[in-house]
Ligand binder design. Structure first.
Ligand code: ARG
Length: 582
């Protein structure tokens, strides 16, 4: 509960004692701050219920509120509006309690073991903007859960068993027919891959274009994919090598985005357990043959939308996306026995996951008390409302997207930073903050429009604004330390700017709880902006280090320290790095 909600609740208790009962009391921010910071307008409602004069009711409430030292300036306006302010002593007392630990009163959720499936890069293909949100949201959710004491394991779940495997191997065969892995008597000997990771950026796209124009090649690519699924020596060795090459690049990009995975597993890892899992489903009588394929019904009576059966093995024996995902659950349950599995995946895959989850519960692969959660996210669009593309309409790769924003942050970089390496590093860090913060602002499942110029701005609700403000707070405190100024506790405050900062500080715990409950980071991105803005308003009004009232100066330094601590904590949860200067 937010600080103000708690106060509201306490006022409700006071009203109850007076014999008045309404569902909830609302403390509204007053539009007449000269009369009080907050207003309670519920006397009107009570008057109707209890058939009394509203002013009489307001007066009885007022008498009680006046006895409570937390409230000051309690008065009645008009026909029964109660105005009040929170006493600065009370705010100071509560804020001082957070000094030892800014999140001392946080509610911890019930301890769970969680696997979070996010990232989802596809081997040998470029990481595109669709993978960005999964990495950003997934990483932040994982850090948030960890912070709240959960045991959480992140798995990148690489896409490494799809048709791209066949396409790339086919393309390799065309370009390098003499590679030993293609020989009919290949025994698994090691060989050197004749390509670099840069080459991979065009091998798949070119192969993909070729098979689209040629039915026969498509058929062959499918066959190679199938052979890899069944353990064909030569193709498996080739695909292994290509995978390692590609994963190296994938890791570099994730590293730049601050996405760190505990497990680097993928679809291919499930091939060992798929036969066993299909056997189990078969024994339970859940599989049937439809047009030659092995399928399982996942419809439920209450469905009002179409729910097609999940196809687990095609007529030619090949496995599909649903097969590997179900088998991944099967394997995760056996190895980790988690309480929850979270999937941070594009909204457009919801039906697929619905089918997989139902199959998992229906077959008993997971028990009812294991929670499989689809945490879908919306699309990052261009100004045309369609998924963000390159200028010529192509798929925007993640490195290109980062470069695009980097161009903007470089333009806006502080001109006193001249060392080329420093310039590059700082600009890059700011660019990543711009992308990540903007990506985490919308509610998880909402689409949003990508705007490199706006996101990299130093003003407004942006990553760079937060970094800049955070660095400024740090430098203020460093100067204070150099001057041996003490800042232990808040002793006094000056005005509503300070109060506003304290109110925001006191809302940290409830914000974190809300973010965790909704599994959406917008709560945190909103909050950190509000807190930082309230601090910056105060900062532009006052000259902290020159303040002659030492008690006030100390209090302001403590407020600065608290806001800084919260910013550092939240930027870290959001997976955003802060440079030393900018
Ligand atoms: N590789 C998939 C894609 O690029 C995302 C993987 C999501 N996770 C999963 N368990 N299927 O669309």
């Amino acid at each position: 509960m937010s600080f103000i909600k708690k106060i509201e609740n306490d006022i409700k208790i006071i009203m109850n004692k007076l014999g008045y009962d309404i569902e909830k009391v609302t403390l509204v921010v007053s539009n007449r701050p000269d009369l009080g910071e907050y207003q309670i307008n519920d006397a009107m409602k009570l008057a109707k219920i209890y058939k009394k004069n509203p002013r009489e009711i307001a007066t009885s409430i007022l008498e009680e509120l006046k006895k409570d030292a937390r409230f000051v300036n309690v008065n009645i306006a008009g026909s029964g509006f109660i105005n009040l302010s929170i006493s600065k002593e009370y705010l100071i007392e509560c804020t001082n309690k957070t000094i030892e630990n800014v999140y001392n009163n946080i509610d911890l959720p019930e301890k769970k073991k969680i696997i979070i499936d996010y990232g989802g890069a596809n081997v040998a293909k470029i990481l595109h903007v669709g993978h960005l949100r999964s990495a950003n949201i997934g990483e932040a959710l994982k850090r948030l859960a960890k912070f709240l004491g959960q045991e959480i394991i992140g798995d990148v779940h690489l896409g490494d068993a799809g048709l791209q495997a066949g396409i790339v191997c086919l393309e390799m065969k065309d370009r390098y027919p003499n590679l030993i892995c293609f020989k009919s008597d290949y025994q698994g000997e090691d060989f050197e891959l004749p390509i670099t990771s840069e080459d991979l950026s065009y091998i798949y796209p070119e192969g993909s274009t070729r098979i689209k124009a040629n039915e026969e090649l498509l058929h062959e690519a499918r066959n190679i994919t199938y052979l890899i699924q069944k353990g064909h020596l030569g193709y498996c060795k080739l695909w292994d090598k290509i995978s390692s090459l590609s994963i190296k690049t994938i890791k570099e990009i994730y590293e730049e985005l601050n996405a760190t995975f505990e497990l680097w597993e993928g679809e291919r890892l499930t091939f060992d357990v798929i036969p066993e899992m299909l056997n189990l489903l078969d024994k339970k009588g859940l599989l049937y043959i439809s047009e030659g394929a092995k399928v399982m019904d996942v419809k439920e009576d209450s469905d009002d939308k179409e729910m097609p059966p999940i196809i687990l093995e095609k007529s030619d024996g090949a496995y599909l996306y649903g097969t590997t995902d179900l088998a991944t659950i099967y394997s995760r349950m056996k190895r980790f026995n988690p309480d929850e599995i979270w999937y941070v995946v594009d909204n457009r895959q919801e039906l697929h996951f619905n089918q997989v989850f139902r199959a998992a519960y229906k077959s008993g692969i997971v028990k009812e008390n294991t929670s499989l959660q689809f945490l879908g996210f919306g699309t990052m669009n261009g100004t045309d409302g369609k998924p963000f593309k390159t200028r010529d309409g192509g798929v925007m790769s993640l490195p290109n997207l980062i470069d695009l924003v980097n161009e903007e942050t470089l333009k806006k970089l502080n001109p006193t930073i001249t060392d080329p390496k420093e310039k590059k590093d700082i600009s890059r860090t700011i660019a990543i903050s711009a992308i990540k913060y903007a990506d985490l602002i919308p509610y998880r499942s909402t689409d949003y429009i990508f705007d490199p110029n706006k996101f990299s701005d130093l003003e407004g609700k942006t990553g760079p604004y937060l970094l800049y403000s955070t660095i400024r707070m740090k430098s203020l405190l460093n100067k204070a330390k150099e001057k041996n100024m003490v800042f232990n506790i808040i002793k006094t405050i000056k005005n509503e700017y300070d109060k506003d900062i304290m109110l925001n500080i006191l809302n940290l715990s409830s914000t974190i709880t809300k973010a965790y409950e909704s599994k959406s980071l917008n709560e945190l991105t909103d909050y950190i902006y509000k807190l930082t803005s309230s601090y910056n308003k105060f900062y532009s009004e006052n000259r902290v280090l020159d303040e002659e009232n030492y008690d006030l100066r100390e209090s302001w330094l403590v407020l600065t320290k608290l806001v800084l601590d919260i910013n550092i904590l939240l930027l870290n949860i959001l997976g955003i790095n802060c440079p030393e200067k900018m």
